[in-house]
Design a protein around this ligand. Structure first.
Ligand SMILES: NC(=O)C1=CN([C@@H]2O[C@H](COP(=O)(O)OP(=O)(O)OC[C@H]3O[C@@H](n4cnc5c(N)ncnc54)[C@H](OP(=O)(O)O)[C@@H]3O)[C@@H](O)[C@H]2O)C=CC1
Ligand SMILES: O=C(O)[C@@H]1CCC=N1
Length: 270
């Protein structure tokens, strides 16, 4: 199978490096196109993938096309390549936030049965620890869907998810790495305040958060049980926990997630 990427930015780079490192496909099976020629050539050379000079040539060359472009340019890209899409009928895989499969199909303005799969991945696919939600539009067959699921399982966890839950997933797993990085950076900054070098403090905080995530996933324990295990009576943790809650830590995080979901829904409706 040949996989093409329209757009070679943050997300495409993470997916490509992840699936090549893991051996899901070889670099020779990957074709790239980006309007930023320098970025295109640089990624192509770095990973050893092919590059082409137009989105039309890319679609002609491959079986699966990952639309790794911003939501506001998808309509234009689908319209400029429509005739090639209708002839070649590749599987279109969109990773755009706030862009339902119905909307993507409407952009093509056709009744030809073009298979479209929607994926909401996250950037942690780069290190094989991604999280991706996947749903297929009307004309996707099981084999095509399975291929996409396998592609994202190669670089993390993948769930088949009802499209109505995509806004929630985008907040919980698509955007949340940024919030987790912020949390880690905040802990590290506190370390710097107390005299630790930033790099060391960041490594310590990241390792503690990594282990905490694994504890939840591997033990299956309720996070509150684990919190209680760390909070020694009269100890350090409970003092810090209560100080965090005085500043409405939980509600602040929930507000961030609510706002992310609302923004995704706003994009859906645009
Ligand atoms: N970043 C993330 O963590 C995640 C992103 N996503 C989704 O992934 C998509 C891509 O995001 P991200 O990788 O961050 O974005 P980037 O801006 O990093 O990458 C998009 C790339 O596409 C290029 N591009 C723009 N127009 C065209 C075109 N007509 N033809 C070919 N290439 C073009 C851009 O070039 P230029 O910069 O010159 O415009 C840029 O290099 C978005 O839809 C986003 O919602 C989903 C999950 C996570
Ligand atoms: O910020 C965004 O819109 C994209 C979608 C999920 C992560 N980044």
């Amino acid at each position: 199978m040949k996989i093409g990427f329209i757009g070679t930015g943050n997300m495409a780079t993470a997916i490509i490096k992840g699936i090549v490192a893991n051996g899901f496909v070889s670099a020779e099976q990957i074709y790239l196109m980006d309007i930023d020629h320098e970025k295109l050539v640089s990624l192509s050379e770095e990973v050893g993938a092919n590059f082409v000079n137009s989105n039309r040539s890319l679609i002609e060359a491959v079986d699966f096309v990952v639309l790794a472009i911003k939501p506001n340019v998808i309509e234009h890209v689908l319209q400029e390549t429509k005739d090639v899409i209708l002839t070649k009928k590749p599987v279109l895989i969109s990773i755009a936030a706030g862009t339902p499969t119905d909307k993507l199909y409407r952009y093509l303005d056709t009744d030809v049965e073009i298979p479209i799969v929607r994926v909401m991945p996250n950037v942690n696919v780069l290190v094989g620890k991604g999280a991706a939600a996947i749903c297929g539009h009307d004309f996707v067959n099981q084999e095509q869907l399975d291929f996409v699921v396998k592609m994202f399982e190669a670089v993390g966890k993948a769930w088949i998810l009802a499209e109505e839950d995509f806004s929630n997933f985008t907040a919980l797993a698509g955007s949340s790495p940024a919030y987790a990085y912020l949390f880690i950076d905040s802990i590290a900054r506190a370390g710097v305040k107390h005299g630790l070098p930033k790099q060391v403090a960041t490594e310590m905080a990241a390792q503690a958060v990594l282990g905490s995530a694994e504890m939840i996933l591997k033990t299956g324990e309720n996070p509150w049980t684990l919190i209680d295990q760390v909070c020694s009576p009269g100890g350090t943790t409970v003092a810090g926990l209560l100080a965090l809650e005085e500043e409405a830590f939980i509600s602040t995080v929930v507000k961030g997630i609510d706002t992310t979901i609302a923004r995704d829904k706003e994009l859906n409706d645009k």
